[in-house]
Design a protein around this ligand. Structure first.
Ligand SMILES: O=C(O)CCC(=O)C(=O)O
Ligand SMILES: [Mn+2]
Length: 223
């Protein structure tokens, strides 16, 4: 269950004219996890702009993975951007980062205000339609270190984001990730939980997700 908060709450102030809107957030009650959602970090106009900018200008790639000896294309397009040297091995694929773009830096600085970390890389996923998905996994690659902070921003079509506990069977949660939302996963979330974006048979428009990460290793450390 979520702790319900109003979408926008207003801070009390002695002068009515100086009232500041506060960003709504919900904490998911995940035992052994720490997940917070900001449903409206970016407003619709800004989100529309960022969606088309990323859709048109990110260098999207179709990667494949080996599965039972067969090469299968990933059911989504991906891209990896970040500081020089912050390579990432994902599903057995080594990705070298493209340099930051101004839109990515703008999103990064916005979410860093809420994250208490400075991200040095971002994995982008483009879900072209309902057949695109990401299956159950944890973001627990060794280069992310212990208890990683993962900052996840979504634009475009709303898709289901599901959690399941790795050890307590039947303990699960799900949330809709909407246009302009920001989800933070931190603490022991990756140690105890897996997440997925399932396929859907509904006719859905494209969705872009960005997961900002802190990579602790340099390519030069692991040739
Ligand atoms: O699309 C999403 O919301 C999640 C993507 C994800 O879990 C990942 O890239 O590791
Ligand atoms: Mn993930």
């Amino acid at each position: 269950m979520y702790r319900q908060l109003k979408l926008w709450e207003y801070q009390e102030s002695s002068e009515a004219t100086t009232q500041q809107p506060q960003l709504a957030s919900q904490e998911l009650s995940l035992p052994d996890g720490d997940v917070i959602i900001y449903p409206n970090l970016f407003d619709t106009t800004k989100s529309d702009k960022l969606f088309s900018e990323l859709y048109n200008n990110i260098r999207w790639r179709q990667d494949s993975i080996k599965f039972y000896g067969k090469t299968v294309p990933l059911p989504r397009l991906t891209a990896w951007y970040g500081d020089n040297g912050k390579s990432y091995i994902y599903s057995g694929i080594k990705m070298n980062p493209e340099p930051w773009t101004s839109s990515l830096l703008e999103i990064k600085s916005q979410i860093e205000l809420l994250s208490n970390v400075q991200y040095n890389s971002v994995l982008l996923n483009l879900y072209r339609d309902g057949k695109d998905s990401v299956s159950w996994h944890s973001d627990d690659e060794p280069e992310l270190g212990k208890n990683p902070v993962i900052g996840s921003v979504s634009f475009g079509e709303t898709r289901r984001f599901m959690f399941r506990h790795k050890y307590k069977k039947y303990v699960s949660q799900e949330i809709n990730l909407t246009h302009g939302s920001f989800l933070i996963m931190k603490g022991t979330t990756q140690e105890f939980w897996q997440h997925q974006v399932p396929k859907t048979s509904k006719l859905v428009k494209p969705r872009i997700n960005l997961t900002f990460r802190v990579i602790f290793t340099n390519t030069s450390d692991n040739p």
